[in-house]
Design a protein around this ligand. Structure first.
Ligand code: PPE
Length: 306
C-alpha cells in the first residue's frame, strides 16, 4: 500500500492527503480523460533533485494539447515549481512525483469540452518498479498477446490514462503467467514497448530502440539513455525491431522513470545473451546512476533541486 504524505497540490493550493477526493461522476473516471506524468526525485549530496523536470512538464503539456485540454492559469514553469514545492513541503528526500491533469465533474457524455480541468500533484516514496533484484539480475518477460494501441486509435505520444487500459491487459497477462513484464508488438507486428517502459536492444555493440512510429511513448529515460550512450561513443539507432530480433539480441533492457534501466534476461523463456545483465547495460546503468546521485557532474543540466 502507498504511504500517504502530508500534502497534495490542487489547482494552486496545498491540501491534506485525505482531502484529495473527486466526485464519482468525474469525467476522467468514466472516459479516461486524464493526462499525467511520472517523475523521480533523487537524494543527492546537495539535497533532493528532480530528474528532467522541464522535459516532463513539456510532455504533459504536449499530451494535454493532443486532447484539446487547456491547462488553466498555469504555465509549464509554474507547474514545475509546484512539483518542487510538493516534495519540499512533504519533506521527502527521494520520491516519485505524479502530476495529473483531468477533466472533472460537470457534464456526462463523451463530448468533454464543458468540463472543468483539474490539476493535482502528488508524491510518494516508490521503490523498485520491477522488484528489488531486477536492476542487478534482470527480469523475465514475455511478448504479449495484446497488441499495443494502434497509431490511429489512441495516440501513443500522449501519456494519458486511457492508454493504460492496454498496459493493464499486457501487465496482467504477463504477471499471471509468471513473468515480470510483457513486451507489446505494434499493429504491424514490430516490437513497441513494455506496459510502462521503453525497450532497448544491443547486438554487436550497437544499440537499437523502436522508433516513436511504433506506438512507443517518447520516454524521457529513453532519451537519457540515448544521450549517455552516444556520449560514450556507442552507436544508437532508432528503427523497426522485428519480434525475433529480441530473442537473438546480445542484451536487452527496459527504460522508464519508475523502472529506471532494468535488464531483461529472458523473453518467452529464451535466455538473452548470457542470461544475466550484459556489459553495455551495466555501463549505461552506472552512467545514469552517477548523474542521479551526484557522483558524476550534471553535465546535461538534468537535475533541478527542490
Ligand atoms: N512507455 C510507457 C507506456 C510508459 O508508461 C512509460 C513510463 C515509459 C514508456 C517510459 O517513459 P519515461 O518514464 O518518460 O522514461 N511509465 C511511467 C508510469 C508507470 C506506472 O506504472 O505508473 C513511469 O515510469 O513513471
Amino acid at each position: 500500500m502507498i504511504t500517504p504524505t502530508e500534502k497534495i497540490w490542487r489547482n494552486g493550493e496545498l491540501i491534506n492527503w485525505n482531502d484529495a477526493n473527486v466526485h464519482v461522476l468525474t469525467h476522467a473516471l468514466h472516459y479516461g480523460s486524464s493526462v499525467f506524468e511520472g517523475i523521480r526525485c533523487y537524494e543527492t549530496a546537495t539535497g533532493p533533485a528532480v530528474f528532467r523536470l522541464n522535459e516532463h512538464m513539456r510532455r504533459m503539456f504536449d499530451s494535454a494539447k493532443i486532447y484539446r485540454m487547456d491547462i488553466p492559469r498555469f504555465t509549464q514553469a509554474e507547474l514545475a515549481d509546484a512539483c518542487r514545492e510538493i516534495v519540499r513541503v512533504n519533506g521527502l528526500k527521494s520520491c516519485y512525483i505524479r502530476p495529473v491533469v483531468f477533466r472533472g465533474y460537470g457534464e456526462m457524455g463523451v463530448f468533454p469540452l464543458q468540463n472543468p480541468i483539474e490539476i493535482y500533484i502528488c508524491c510518494w516514496e516508490w521503490g523498485k518498479y520491477l522488484g528489488a533484484e531486477a536492476i542487478d539480475k534482470g527480469v523475465d518477460v514475455c511478448v504479449s498477446s495484446w497488441t499495443r494501441i494502434a497509431p490511429n486509435t489512441l495516440p501513443a505520444m500522449a501519456k494519458v490514462a486511457a492508454n493504460y487500459m492496454n498496459s493493464q491487459l499486457i501487465k496482467m497477462e504477463a504477471v499471471l503467467n509468471g513473468y515480470s513484464e510483457g513486451i507489446a508488438l505494434d499493429a504491424s507486428g514490430y516490437a513497441s514497448e513494455g506496459s510502462g517502459e521503453n525497450i532497448f536492444l544491443i547486438r554487436d555493440g550497437v544499440i537499437y530502440t523502436p522508433t516513436l512510429g511504433t506506438s512507443a511513448l517518447p520516454g524521457i529515460t529513453r532519451d537519457t539513455v540515448m544521450t549517455l550512450a552516444r556520449e560514450a561513443g556507442i552507436e544508437v539507432k532508432e528503427q523497426a525491431i522485428p519480434r525475433e530480433w529480441l530473442y537473438i539480441a546480445d542484451e536487452l533492457f527496459f527504460t522508464g522513470t519508475a523502472a529506471e534501466v532494468t535488464p531483461i534476461r529472458s523473453v518467452d523463456k529464451i535466455a538473452i545473451g548470457s542470461g544475466t545483465r550484459g556489459p553495455i547495460t551495466a555501463k549505461l546503468q552506472t552512467a545514469f546512476m552517477d548523474i542521479l546521485t551526484g557522483k558524476a557532474a550534471d553535465r546535461f543540466g538534468w537535475l533541478t533541486h527542490v
